[in-house]
Design a protein around this ligand. Structure first.
Ligand code: ZN
Length: 192
């Protein structure tokens, strides 16, 4: 799927997670960092692809992406697997712990926001024709539904005309259906 579809789905997953859990107090800084981490998480599995949209956002990023690609394997390898998710989760936890003395944000919230984006990326790639190598290094691609003929083409017409608008509507619905909770979150739980 395209980067913007991944970002939208990741953000929708985060919204649902926040709204269907007991609300948690956080500083405005934590909220902003968590929001950015969610976007980064939704894009980062595709950093194994030199043309990934995340690389294009960084100056010289595509060159760096080309250097990194052989290490991560070809596109949709370890970064799209359970093993990769566990590794990323573990390394990110170490990194955030190391940064927690410098940045005054709640790193547990940031970690969750990143991982929700990351996992939503893998689930959305699983509905595309190629599927994902969930059990890497076992070379079998897994998809939802199991028959690839029933899955969608990445970046294709169905993604652009149904999935993307569908998630915008779903995001709007989530906010509308939980409007009071959304207000409560921003007025009482986000501390300035
Ligand atoms: Zn991907």
């Amino acid at each position: 799927m395209t980067g913007r579809t991944h970002d939208l789905i990741g953000f929708t997953a985060l919204t649902a997670f926040v709204l269907y859990q007991p609300l948690q107090e956080m500083s405005l800084a934590t909220g902003i960092v968590a929001f950015s981490a969610n976007f980064a998480g939704a894009l980062s599995p595709d950093l194994d692809e030199p043309t990934a949209s995340a690389w294009k956002k960084i100056r010289g990023g595509s060159t760096f992406g080309k250097l990194l690609a052989p290490i991560l394997g070809s596109h949709r390898m370890i970064s799209h697997s359970l093993l990769g998710t566990l590794l990323v989760g573990y390394l990110l936890k170490l990194l955030l712990e190391a940064m927690s003395g410098v940045l005054l944000v709640d790193m547990t919230i940031v970690w969750w926001a990143f991982m929700i984006g990351y996992i939503s990326h893998l689930i959305s790639d699983a509905v595309t024709k190629e599927g994902i190598p969930l059990f890497f290094p076992i070379p079998i691609n897994i998809g939802i539904p199991p028959f690839s003929s029933l899955r969608i083409k990445s970046g294709g017409l169905i993604e652009k005309s149904i999935i993307f608008p569908g998630f915008i509507i779903f995001e709007g619905y989530l906010i509308y259906a939980n409007y009071e909770k959304v207000l409560e979150f921003f007025t009482e739980y986000v501390k300035r």
